[in-house]
Design a protein around this ligand. Structure first.
Ligand code: SAM
Length: 170
């Protein structure tokens, strides 16, 4: 299931426990040209349409310093997704894969993540390229791209541990 909410041949659903959503707070909304899942890109591209991430009050002051970063990790809530599939058929050909082996929007917790190119910030609006969600998708978080970001806080002991010294898994 990646297009609307249909079940495809071979796909497997479960009865999930009632969602509690962990007390998440939607901190904004993502504005894109796409109003149908059938037309939304599978993955955003950095030469794709310019989209706008709107950050709500009282979170706008949290954007201080964000413009230093050319790429951001955007975390969003794929709010129209079903949440009950454990096996999915991305090619709709009867062959299936486990949900955790693919990046389908259908997952027990429908989080989407994209690394986007930051063009500019105006007040509470970030203009970006590289997203793949429907217009109006709720925003959960923004972080600098981890691959370009050196932590500002000093390192901790665990930062220097390598496999031999690490705790043995049970
Ligand atoms: N880049 C993200 C990731 O890898 O975590 C999302 C990838 S997911 C394959 C992108 C697809 O999710 C889109 O093509 C569209 O079909 C679907 N989608 C986008 N916005 C959605 C929303 N708000 N609710 C449900 N499905 C959505």
């Amino acid at each position: 299931m990646v297009r609307e909410s249909e079940i495809r041949p071979g796909e497997i659903t479960v009865d999930p426990p009632a969602a509690t959503d962990a007390g998440l707070v939607f901190i904004g909304r993502i504005h894109t040209p796409w109003t149908s899942r059938m037309h939304t890109p599978r993955q955003g591209r950095h030469d794709g349409p310019v989209c706008r991430i709107e950050v709500f009050e009282p979170w706008v002051p949290a954007l201080d310093g964000v413009s230093r970063h050319e790429r951001l990790e955007v975390i969003y809530w794929l709010h129209l997704s079903r949440r009950d599939l454990v096996h999915q058929s991305p090619a709709n050909d009867g062959t299936t894969r486990g949900t955790f082996s693919i990046r389908s929007p259908v997952r027990p917790n429908p989080l989407g993540t994209s690394i986007v190119k930051l063009l500019r910030i105006e007040g509470g609006s970030l203009f970006i390229q590289g997203i793949d969600c429907l217009d109006g998708t709720p925003l959960l978080d923004l972080k600098p791209d981890r691959t370009l970001f050196t932590p500002i806080a000093p390192p901790q002991e665990g930062d220097f541990q390598v496999a031999a010294a690490a705790h043995k898994p049970a």
